[in-house]
Design a protein around this ligand. Structure first.
Ligand SMILES: NC(=O)N[C@@H](CC(=O)O)C(=O)O
Ligand SMILES: [Zn+2]
Ligand SMILES: [Zn+2]
Length: 428
């Protein structure tokens, strides 16, 4: 028995949609036919009528935190993949800052096994750059790759030593996997949580300067040039980083980059007060930085969109801004936010948004995913572009409720998520 999706509005070009019927059987897409008025024979198959809805390749998120092993009170692979599915994501790449961190074959296998038995979407694990993410000793990249790691990162913390980063890049290049960098120079951020801008000035706070991020970007593109590695910059948030990445790309350096919805939609001037749901790393920057990130995404300097889904418990976030951990959840608001604020307002085409969340992440990371084509993996998301709903964190499938977007009224909510040919989530 297969699944027919009937009357799917698929993206053709720009904002142009084409109506198609899509059939899948087993894990793969069987056929895609133009809807010409006659319905295909669906006898014996599950039918989903997608009339009036957008149908896209399953969304891909290359930067997420699933918290397992070790921080199951924040999220688990079960709850995190449900949250991803509810947000329309069918493939997610998880960060290794768990407890223990993912720096051994056993932890990679643990995550992959859990994902197989308890997860409902595809989980691709990253391995650490350095053992324990301490920046002192390289992890065993050969072994991590063998176990299934798809790249190396110490996300959560920057690699402080240039020599360590250079060694990591040389080794990653030799095993043919990318370095994914959380760019942050610790000597420039000491204890601050807000960025240098209006908010920090008004409240007399110690502030995080843009250079704390951009200095690592500048250092690392030079090291990437020297080593030839594929270097991917995490959660770009500053005008200076965008400029450095643009320049590096012009020089033919193998650099790619990602940006999160919150760094495109919020600046430090939107922070309502001492509220830890507005505390994330990197911090919300100035309106000028937001504009530079949007321009970087538009001109291709920034390749892809990611959520950096970073759940924390309510108790942890209630400790007050100084003590609360950095991070906000992202899966269940990402597409509606970007659709409502950029596509529905006419700034981006639907094709631009969908590509940045499907085919482009697949291309950047060499995954055979992200397109709707016969013979390809049946990963499909169905999205209602019309119904307006309010973001209600109490409804999240994630254990995390930590979002600055509560109460926002949005359109573009996923209604069905199909991963590997299975309907893994549908509305109500
Ligand atoms: N982004 C965050 O604010 N927090 C992330 C770490 C990270 O992505 O650097 C986390 O693990 O909570
Ligand atoms: Zn990070
Ligand atoms: Zn992260």
């Amino acid at each position: 028995m297969g699944i027919w999706i009937l009357n799917a509005q698929t993206v053709a070009a720009g904002n142009e949609l084409v109506k198609r019927h899509i059939f899948m059987e087993g894990r793969t897409i069987g056929s895609i036919v133009e809807a010409d008025g006659t319905l295909p024979d669906t006898a014996g198959h599950t039918v989903i009528d997608a009339a009036g809805k957008l149908v896209t390749p399953g969304l891909i998120d290359m930067h997420v935190h699933l918290r397992e092993p070790g921080f199951e009170h924040k999220e688990t692979i079960a709850s995190g993949t449900r949250s991803a599915a509810r947000g329309g994501f069918t493939t997610i790449a998880c960060m290794p800052n768990t407890r223990p961190v993912i720096d051994t074959v056993d932890t990679v296998k643990y995550v992959l096994d859990k994902a197989e038995t308890e997860g409902i979407v595809r989980v691709l694990p990253y391995g650490c750059i350095t053992k324990n993410e301490l920046g002192r000793e390289l992890a065993d990249f050969d072994a991590l790759k063998q176990a299934g790691a798809i790249g190396f990162t110490d996300d959560g913390v920057g690699v402080q030593s240039a020599q360590m980063m250079k060694d990591a890049m040389a080794k990653a290049a030799s095993v043919g996997l990318p370095i994914i960098a959380h760019c942050e120079d610790n000597t420039l951020v000491e204890g601050a949580w807000a960025s240098e801008g209006e908010f920090a000035r008004k409240h007399g706070l110690k502030a995080i300067p843009n250079e704390s991020e951009a200095i690592h970007v500048g250092r690392d593109v030079l090291l990437a040039e020297a080593t030839g590695v594929h270097y991917h910059v995490c959660h770009v948030s500053t005008e200076q980083s965008v400029r450095l990445i643009r320049h590096a790309k012009q020089f033919g350096i193998n650099v790619t980059a990602e940006v999160c919805p919150h760094h495109l939609l919020l600046s430090d001037e939107d922070i309502p007060g001492m509220d830890a749901n507005w505390k994330m790393n990197p911090p919300l920057r100035t309106p000028k930085d937001v504009q530079a990130c949007i321009e970087g995404l538009l001109d291709g300097t920034i390749d892809i969109l990611v959520t950096d889904h970073a759940p924390h418990s309510e108790e942890e976030k209630a400790k007050g801004v100084d003590l609360a951990p950095f991070g906000i959840v992202g899966f269940e608001t990402a597409f509606p936010l970007l659709y409502t604020k950029f596509v529905a307002t006419g700034q981006w085409t639907l094709q631009f948004l969908v590509n940045k969340m499907t085919s482009l992440p697949a291309q950047v990371f060499g995954l055979e995913l992200g397109t709707l084509e016969p013979g390809k993996e049946a990963d499909i998301t169905i999205i209602d572009l019309e119904t307006e709903k309010t973001v209600n964190p109490a409804e999240f499938a994630s254990k995390g409720r930590n979002t600055p977007f509560a109460g926002w009224s949005l359109k573009g909510w996923p209604t069905h998520t199909i991963a590997g040919g299975k309907l893994v989530w549908s509305e109500a």
